[in-house]
Design a binder for this molecule. Structure first.
Ligand code: ZN
Length: 492
């Protein structure tokens, strides 16, 4: 099996991937809090970790991909105070909180499907794992790293930091921070402003509440991911992913909860994708530059010069390394669209190219191209470098097409597998002209072969009525047919 290197946020270096169980990858990715439409910010982790899953599966690993749905406990401010985001939306729209959750979960799934991402193997919801979360709070209390205050339970960050390092993941040092800040900002239940809620006592008007040994209340936001990753992936698992904005406090708190309850961090590799900025600015509702995926797909946002297809968004995301920031602009998306079309056209043209030599070996140049593509993908998911090698393949194809060079049958086979295996299967880029699935594309191509064979036969039999009928009917469907020396070509 090819070796994979991953940049581990915790150790701050690239490490050789060694799974807990041979040939198995346990992956946990923090999913959305479902109180609004999926936006540009959701697309990046979705596409990044989808390519990671596809790459591992291609390399022969079994992947258990867990991505949660946060449907309770994510409060407005710093995860710890203010109203529950879902409850607030429910109050404004006069709906049940679970109606909000259902509506936006369906819409999130639809956007993810259009981006051609594989569904997770398990998609647990926080509200479905209250029992596990209560048990976890009790474990942390028993270990002496939490305290009860007025029916709520808080994680005792200072007590934890005396034994472990709170801030290990995000590179913070609590002692420095503590000596500078002492105010509690009116949150009298907490002993220190750094403590975070494991369980919150619900106020009278709070709708989503469950009984617990401490109060009728609800779990803190960070708790669900510790509880559900352990339940589905075990006490120690391979990869925990998410956006960089989740590194602190969310993932730092998760790591502390894991260590407090299990005596170890429980995650071998922490992976974080960087953020998407918009014309150099952070995206945010208050900044007026917030773009949902639906708006991108149909062009209905004043910041957009046109609609962008889901594949254009996907290609655009893959053109940057996941650890770099990615700046959104109409120019950048239009360039991505153009580049992707050029690549898909070359992949289609390749099928019609004739190999000069049916038995010849592959040339070193083409073999190196293949090797470089896989090496880039296995080097911390370097998709921009992999794509640049695919663009080299595009150049080769176009030069052959212009009659300026020839390729052997073996070359053609390698180039073809670069597009079908790497571009389609691993990078997940498909030709949207052929609907959304590679299986359907295969069927369409097969049907076109049959139709064109029938037309060739009609022509050989000088049955012009029939051959013209086939050509004109295809034309009506937007399919043009061209006769060349090598045979019949078709395109949409
Ligand atoms: Zn999480």
């Amino acid at each position: 099996m090819r070796e994979v290197y991953i940049y581990n946020t915790l150790s701050r270096k690239k490490e050789l991937f060694k799974p807990v169980t041979p040939s198995m990858v346990g992956l946990y990715v923090c999913g959305p809090t479902v109180y609004g439409d999926a936006h540009l910010g959701h697309a990046r982790p979705a596409v990044t970790f989808d390519v990671l899953v596809r790459l591992f599966r291609h390399l022969g690993y079994k992947v258990r991909y867990v991505r949660n749905i946060t449907d309770v406990g994510h409060l407005e401010h710093d995860s710890d105070s203010g109203e529950d985001k879902i409850a607030k939306k429910a109050r404004i729209e006069q709906l049940e909180p679970m109606e909000i959750v259902q509506t936006y979960t369906i819409r999130f799934h639809d956007a993810m499907r259009r981006l051609n991402t594989c569904p997770p193997s398990i998609e647990p919801r926080a509200s479905g794992h209250i029992i596990e979360q209560i048990a976890l709070v009790q474990k942390i209390l028993d270990a002496g790293f939490a305290y009860i205050s007025n029916g709520s339970v808080y994680f005792d960050v200072e007590a934890y930091n005396r034994k472990h390092h709170y801030g290990a993941l995000s590179g913070r040092n609590l002692d420095d921070t503590l000596s500078n800040t002492r105010s509690l900002d009116g949150q009298e239940d907490k002993r220190s402003p750094f403590d975070f809620a494991l369980w919150k006592k619900a106020s009278k008007e709070h709708i989503m509440r469950w009984p617990s040994p401490w109060s009728d209340g609800f779990p803190g936001w960070h708790l669900e991911c510790s509880a559900m990753s352990e339940k589905y992936l075990g006490e120690e698992f391979d990869i925990h992913g998410g956006g960089m904005d989740l590194m602190f406090p969310h993932h730092e708190c998760e790591l502390a909860q894991n260590t407090a309850s299990r005596g170890k961090g429980g995650v071998r590799y922490w992976m974080h994708n960087n953020m998407i900025t918009i014309n150099g600015q952070k995206m945010g509702k208050s900044l007026g530059n917030f773009i949902t995926l639906d708006e991108l797909f149909n062009g209905s946002n004043k910041l957009l010069a046109q609609a962008y297809s889901p594949m254009t968004i996907r290609f655009f995301i893959l053109q940057a390394h996941y650890r770099s920031t990615l700046d959104f602009s109409n120019e950048a998306l239009q360039a991505a669209e153009k580049g992707m079309k050029r690549m898909l056209q070359a992949a289609a043209d390749l099928k019609n190219l004739k190999a000069a030599n049916e038995t010849g070996e592959a040339t070193e140049e083409i073999k190196a191209m293949e090797e470089n593509v896989y090496a880039a993908l296995c080097d911390d998911l370097n998709t921009p470098v992999a794509l640049s090698h695919l663009f080299d393949a595009v150049k080769v194809i176009n030069t052959v097409k212009e009659g300026k060079r020839s390729i052997s049958a073996k070359d053609k086979e390698i180039l073809d597998s670069l597009f079908t295996t790497v571009l389609t299967d691993i990078l997940g880029i498909i030709d949207e002209n052929f609907s959304n699935s590679a299986g359907e594309k295969k069927i369409i191509e097969g049907l076109m072969d049959i139709v064109l064979q029938e037309r060739t036969r009609a022509k050989a039999e000088k049955d012009w009525t029939k051959s013209d009928f086939i050509r004109d009917s295809l034309k009506e469907l937007g399919i043009s047919v061209k006769d060349t020396k090598e045979g019949t070509e078709w395109s949409l």
